[in-house]
Design a protein around this ligand. Structure first.
Ligand SMILES: O=c1ccn([C@@H]2O[C@H](COP(=O)(O)O)[C@@H](O)[C@H]2O)c(=O)[nH]1
Length: 233
């Protein structure tokens, strides 16, 4: 697929509607897409999504349940016209296939389904605590293959796995990548990070960036600076 002109997705992580609307106004012209996640959706639902922007958003709900329930969740949000929607690859083949089926049932445009592999907040040690003996890279690849063969359009992974995934799965599947930290930015709760330039250089399609943008004194300027750096890279 063609690479987006501006690959930055700004994560609008707040439960406050007016803050979300302000960030949306500030960032709409500076980034390629806005992402609304679980906290915002639980607080404001579909009506809140419509209030924040008229453009198609990335709906990061990370659905993870039995196939029938996830299919119902996909159906419930289809009318929002989201560009992308997340579900956990760990839900397995039947869950992902049910989500794809539900997305296609309505006909017409549907969100790209992105399977979250290993959360970028998990270090190798934290992943091991969950009972996974493999390292994050091995587990990402296992879940990536499962998700793509089950009907996912793309993957969410950390920037550290992007080059490996491109070598294994080729150029076509969408790679949407959080865990992005400009040089000097606070890492916070992220464990597997790279800079925007490094992630794009490795083969990412989209970069999900939250606090380094929304936590800045001037979010629009912070986003513009990252976009300018990417254009030079
Ligand atoms: O593995 C994942 C999946 C999703 N996310 C989401 O991306 C943003 C990152 O925000 P930052 O403030 O830049 O850390 C956030 O909305 C997460 O829910 C992720 O970080 N890792």
């Amino acid at each position: 697929m063609t690479k987006p002109a501006n690959p930055i997705i700004a994560a609008i992580d707040t439960t406050d509607l007016s803050t979300a609307m302000r960030w949306s106004q500030q960032l709409n012209g500076q980034v390629g897409m806005l992402k609304l996640g679980l906290a915002f959706y639980l607080a404001h639902g579909a009506a809140g999504v419509r209030q924040v922007t008229e453009k198609p958003v990335f709906l990061d709900l990370k659905l993870h349940d039995i196939p029938n329930t996830v299919a119902g969740g996909v159906t419930a949000v289809l009318s929002l016209g989201a560009a992308m929607l997340t579900l956990h690859a760990g839900g397995g083949t039947a869950m992902i296939a049910a989500a794809r089926n539900a997305a296609e049932t309505a006909g017409g445009a549907r969100p790209k389904l992105l399977a979250v592999t290993v959360l970028t907040s998990l270090s190798a040690e934290a992943l091991a605590e969950t009972g996974v003996a493999d390292n994050p890279s091995q587990q990402v690849l296992r879940l990536a293959k499962l998700a793509l063969k089950s009907g996912a359009d793309g993957l969410v992974c950390s920037p550290l796995e992007v080059a490996m995934l491109r070598a294994e799965i080729g150029p076509e599947p969408l790679l949407v990548v959080p865990g992005i930290r400009p040089a000097g930015a606070a890492v916070g709760d992220q464990a597997r990070t790279l800079t925007p330039r490094e992630a794009i250089g490795a083969g990412a399609d989209w970069l999900v960036i939250g606090r380094p943008i929304t936590g800045a004194a001037d979010p629009a300027q912070a986003a513009a600076a990252i976009a300018a750096d990417l254009e030079q890279g």
